[in-house]
Design a protein around this ligand. Structure first.
Ligand SMILES: [Zn+2]
Length: 178
């Protein structure tokens, strides 16, 4: 038997499914997706990134089709000069969960580009099924990453951040008719 709440959720899900297909959702939204946040301004940034940047959209869609689920959260304190980083949370039989931390000091399009950079890392993990904890994550980045003073990074992620920022800027210019 369905509880009243479950029936209401089912009805709402049917309605939402008919009217639109949100790909990025807040935790607690009816339709769960693979890129999540509990913070409203992060959810807004995820939606904007998805709508305005084809590269950002491709990254979210890739994660959506994978076993990786990402939680994006703002961080007030990050080690050293880092503006964002990614940690392994937990692996279950069905899914691998990652946490992305992004500097709460960064706002606007720069914040969306920063999330795009970290989503590229999530995609790198999605394409590497052997990564199932922080140790195997470190192994992956010893192979594909470059060490720097802050830890490691990949050329691809740095490139994605710049591309997303550029797409956001060009999209805004088009909207403004410039
Ligand atoms: Zn990076």
């Amino acid at each position: 038997m369905l509880s009243r709440l479950a029936i209401r959720a089912t009805l709402a899900a049917t309605l939402v499914g008919t009217l639109m297909t949100p790909r990025v959702a807040a935790e607690g939204d009816i339709r769960p997706t693979h890129v999540r946040s509990t913070e409203r301004h992060v959810v807004d940034a995820l939606r904007q990134g998805y709508d305005r940047s084809p590269t950002f959209r491709r990254l979210v869609d890739e994660l959506e089709a994978s076993d990786v689920i990402v939680y994006v959260q703002p961080a007030t304190q990050l080690p050293g000069s880092l503006r964002g980083h990614i940690r392994f949370a937990v692996a279950t039989a069905a899914n691998r969960y990652l946490r992305i931390f992004v500097s709460a000091k960064v706002r606007g399009d720069a914040f969306i580009a920063l999330v795009g950079h970290e989503l590229q890392h999530a995609g790198e993990v999605a394409r590497s099924p052997f990564v199932r904890d922080d140790r195997s994550l470190a192994v992956l980045y010893r192979v594909i990453g470059d060490a720097n003073s802050a830890g490691w990074d990949t050329d691809a992620a740095c490139g994605i951040g710049a591309i997303v920022q550029d797409e956001l800027r060009r999209g805004t210019r088009q909207v403004n008719g410039q």
